[in-house]
Design a binder for this molecule. Sequence first.
Ligand code: ZN
Ligand code: ZN
Length: 457
Amino acid sequence: MRLLIKNGYVIDPEQGINTGKNLFIEDGRIVGLMSYSDGVPEAAEVIDATGLIVAPGFIDMHVHLREPGHEYKETIASGAAAAVAGGFATVCAMPNTSPVNDNAAVTRFIIEQAERANLAQVLPIGAITKNAEGTELAEIGEMKQAGIVAVSDDGWPVPTAGMMRRAMEYARGFDLPIIDHCEDKSLARGGVMHEGHWSLVLGLQGIPAAAEEVDAIRDCALAELTGARVHLAHVSTRGGIEAVRRAKDKGLAVTCEVAPHHWTLTDDAVAGEQGKPAVTEGAVPYDTNTKMSPPLRSRDHVEAILEGLRDGTVDAIASDHAPHHADEKELEFDQAPFGIIGLETSVGLAMDLVKHAVISLERLVELYATNPARVLKLNDRGSFRSGARADVTIIDSESSWTYVATRSKSKSRNTPFDGRGMTGAAVATIVAGRVVFLHPDFSRLTASRASAANRAK
Ligand SMILES: [Zn+2]
Ligand SMILES: [Zn+2]
């Protein structure tokens, strides 16, 4: 099996590559980069990537695939299909399934289901504590043997610093990062949106930014105490970003991710006030697709996230893809579950940052490929080093498109971005040398770019 991706623009931040090259793949592994003038290797399938960006396969470190237990929301197969359609070769599945992934049997089940689906690779994240109840450590060693890449009690954060300290010391022994959903429940209790102007106006119970910030600061202090690798999930506040920045300045092994909705929207979206930049025409107040945990924040917090993306404090972009059935999301705002789907809108929303010169394309690849691989110590991906897994994401940075939720590969439709216009998208996803997603217009796109390139000559 030989594959040549020719005439593309290759971006591989790890190797400092940012230039026009052909990428040669054989038997699921990267052979290397070749110049355009080198011939096509014998018997190779060819993908013409003229005018497109060729990057190491994107990794979404934080998704909820709902299987086992809530297959009506999402299955591993439907989630993996949404992943590759969004440009992700690898996704990491959070353990809050039913049963919880707190033992090797569940870990193995997830891996087997993903192998059956044969689309994106799914790397499971194990629970920190049994049943994610925060009282007794889970069987982390056995889960590591079975294939977990990190531990997290995402959604039900470890409540006490003492327990978190023990978890960090334990995880450190297995060289696994702890991924923490920072939320002090005694502060967040009962809250359904960001505490501030709009929660007052709407009469909804607020979740103060401090609920995230105190846990973020706690985790950084514990990272220093234990020497563990600590990764803060979906940071949404200025205080969270600042805690990570300080920890990095001190040289601690602290990293973080942010989610696209947290920089794209502010809390006025809950009031249906959004529109600058517009979500959808006719946004309505109390739309439960604006309810997520952590909640959409106010402008100052969004600015802090953008600064973190710009200055390198933020390591990764992760969607926190959280499918829910329409019947659940149609409840009153107070009653509806937290979370939105995000695998197919993540790259488009991040390309917006490139378009507005917040980040460079190279930085975008770092946030989606280089850094997630580094944080999770996935040494065989995140780069086009020869011998690496042949995971590739091909990006069209120019085409305009509209996200239509009903066409999503996910089983769920809970998104505030239905109908949103975007510029730039993943147009092909290659997993271990196999093309698992090709945009329906791929050939037309490359043909029109090729003729434009010829005209320019
Ligand atoms: Zn979370
Ligand atoms: Zn989550």
